[in-house]
Design a protein around this ligand. Structure first.
Ligand code: ATP
Length: 343
């Protein structure tokens, strides 16, 4: 287990500030997720931590040692990429054993470690196969096992689940999470998928345009977004934002419900909600529409649990409400969250 610290790290590619003066510190043994839209600099940051990209400025520390100018192999880090890059001509056993063989580890120890890692990922029965005889999920497990035999003190993962279909992805996610808790190795995981980030992360780092916008637990990120970018990037559908003067009022779709259901929740704010579209999704219903004066009506979404069977028709206006404690306020100009509600 180890701590990774990033101090004032920047990376410029010509004019492009891929990573812009980032400070970040992991907690030992945590699962930290770097989340952000394509091109926000997540991969570049991860590659700098791994030592395969050189920072333009700043320092990287692992276990309190500055490693900024040390080559990757001295960092005791294992990185698994989007493409697993298994050696096609080698069996699963030899693929997993490869990093140990190159280090000159003796045969008996290699056998022991390969079997340990294979057991960890439940791939013992695949050891004699070649990568082409494996499913996508199995290949992924082999890649993870190969990274783990080195017993790295830090594990870096760059969208390792992105090649899997939805069902496999969900089970691979659970597996990865359980495995990480079992081994307790500090893990930094890159994704642009907010569902994945919420499900996997002890903490999430939300990035945009090379900068960190917020670091927090999934719950903090979801309920107390630092700014309108985080509020709308995390959550699907995103947080509703209504403009009043220089303050934006935000609320999550699941907090915006028919007023008649709002008994006993305390103080609520009520809006006339003109419904323009509904989507029945089984477990829930999404209701789209507008609130506010016709001249500057704002588009908002309500997410109703499937258990709410009230008839809601397109073209009609209903009274919808949000508990006051679920309102969030943002400064319109900076986008930053503020405690100040609209005047
Ligand atoms: P994605 O999710 O699409 O992988 P990302 O958040 O990981 O995106 P990066 O790959 O870190 O983003 O890229 C950040 C920025 O740096 C992008 O604008 C990208 O075009 C640029 N960039 C990355 N690598 C290079 C490079 N080798 N040369 C020039 N520009 C680069």
């Amino acid at each position: 287990m180890a701590r990774v610290e990033v101090r004032g790290i920047s990376k410029l590619f010509g004019e492009v500030r891929a990573v812009d003066n980032v400070d970040l510190e992991t907690v030992e043994g945590e699962f930290l997720v770097l989340l952000g839209p394509s091109g926000c600099g997540k991969t570049t940051l991860l590659r700098m931590i791994a030592g395969i990209e050189e920072p333009t400025a700043g320092d990287i520390l692992i276990e309190e040692q500055v490693v900024t100018n040390l080559p990757p192999r001295t960092r005791n880090i294992a990185m698994v990429f989007q493409s697993y890059a298994l050696y096609p001509h080698m069996t699963v056993y030899r693929n997993i054993a490869f990093p140990l063989r190159t280090r000159g580890v003796d045969k008996a120890t290699i056998k022991e470690k390969v079997e340990w890692a294979a057991g960890m990922f439940g791939i013992e029965r695949l050891l004699d196969r070649k990568p082409r005889q494996l499913s996508g999920g199995e290949r992924q497990r082999v890649a993870l096992a190969r990274a783990m035999v080195r017993e790295p003190s830090v594990f870096l993962l760059d969208e390792p689940l992105s090649n899997l279909d939805a069902i496999l992805r969900a089970s691979a996610r659970e597996e990865l999470r359980q495995f990480q808790k079992r081994v307790g190795v500090t893990t930094i995981y890159v994704t642009h998928d907010q569902v994945e980030a919420m499900g996997l992360g002890d903490r999430i780092v939300v990035m945009r345009k090379g900068k960190i916008r917020q670091v927090g637990t999934p719950m903090e990120i979801y309920h107390w977004p630092a700014d309108t970018f985080v509020a709308t990037f995390v959550g699907s559908p995103p947080m509703n934002l209504l403009g009043v003067g220089d303050i934006l009022t935000g609320f999550r779709p699941e907090t915006f419900l028919p007023a008649e259901l709002m008994t006993g929740v305390g103080d609520v704010v009520t809006y006339p909600f003109e419904v323009t579209w509904t989507e029945y999704l089984g477990a829930e219903r999404l209701v789209y529409g507008n609130v506010g004066e016709t001249s500057h009506a704002r588009h908002v979404v309500s997410r109703l649990p499937g258990s709410v069977t009230l008839a809601i028709d397109t073209g009609k206006t209903y009274s919808f409400a949000v508990p006051r404690r679920d309102l969030r306020f943002f400064d319109r100009e900076s986008g930053l969250r503020t405690d100040r509600g609209p005047a």
